[in-house]
Design a protein around this ligand. Structure first.
Ligand SMILES: C[S@@+](CC[C@H](N)C(=O)[O-])C[C@H]1O[C@@H](n2cnc3c(N)ncnc32)[C@H](O)[C@@H]1O
Length: 187
């Protein structure tokens, strides 16, 4: 039997950064601005056991590409068994910090949406700045970098790397979460 999300989280809290998978309220709230009716390139960071991946894969256009990164071996295996049949999904068992190399291999030059569950608070300042700058450079002009966090610690860092950062909140999640919606819009 596969280990539960919480069992993994208690074993590796420093890399997983949460004790429970995201609620459907958080998932729906974070994805609500995406227009799924057209083909998109969506890059997901920190897929875990699939709270966002499952929702994304059922919503995306058949010509979309969903590229999901996850480091934990068991989560990757579980996702691959459950969602591997979807041809839009590229599940990548590697660190999100290596995403550029994988996008190049897949021939992807621009991204419509980044959907990130990464525990940003656990990464060092320089690593975070370089990563967010690279994501910002990959965004389509009307694209978005979507990220949830349990605190406002990363707000300043996101504002340094994107032109505009909107803030939302979802109470029904363990723990309640802030949603950052970052764009390079010039307003
Ligand atoms: C807070 S959990 C979120 C899981 C799931 N997306 C959800 O919302 O329920 C963060 C996930 O990011 C993964 N992770 C942490 N650092 C990572 C990295 N550098 N690259 C890819 N995944 C990473 C962890 O293994 C964990 O599954």
């Amino acid at each position: 039997m596969s280990k539960s999300f919480t069992a993994h989280a208690l074993h590796s809290l420093k890399s997983i950064g949460s004790v429970a998978p995201s609620s459907k309220f958080l998932v729906n709230n974070m994805l609500k601005s995406i227009d799924f009716s057209k083909p998109l390139v969506i890059v997901e960071f920190g897929a875990g056991n699939g709270a966002f991946t499952k929702s994304l894969i059922t919503k995306v256009h058949k010509q979309s590409k969903l590229i999901s990164f996850e480091l934990n071996d068991d989560f990757v295996q579980e996702l691959s068994q459950r969602l591997g049949k979807h041809q839009q999904l590229n599940l990548i068992h590697d660190s999100a910090f290596n995403f550029e190399e994988h996008l190049q291999n897949l021939g992807v030059k621009k991204v419509d949406y980044f959907v990130s569950s990464l525990p940003l608070a656990l990464f060092n300042a320089q690593q975070k700045s370089e990563f967010l700058k690279t994501c910002s450079n990959y965004l389509q002009a009307d694209g978005k970098f979507l990220q949830y966090q349990y605190s406002l610690n990363s707000y300043k860092k996101l504002k340094q790397n994107f032109n505009k950062v909107g803030l939302g909140f979802t109470l029904i999640n363990v723990p309640p979460a802030f949603i950052y919606e970052c764009t390079n819009a010039l307003v």
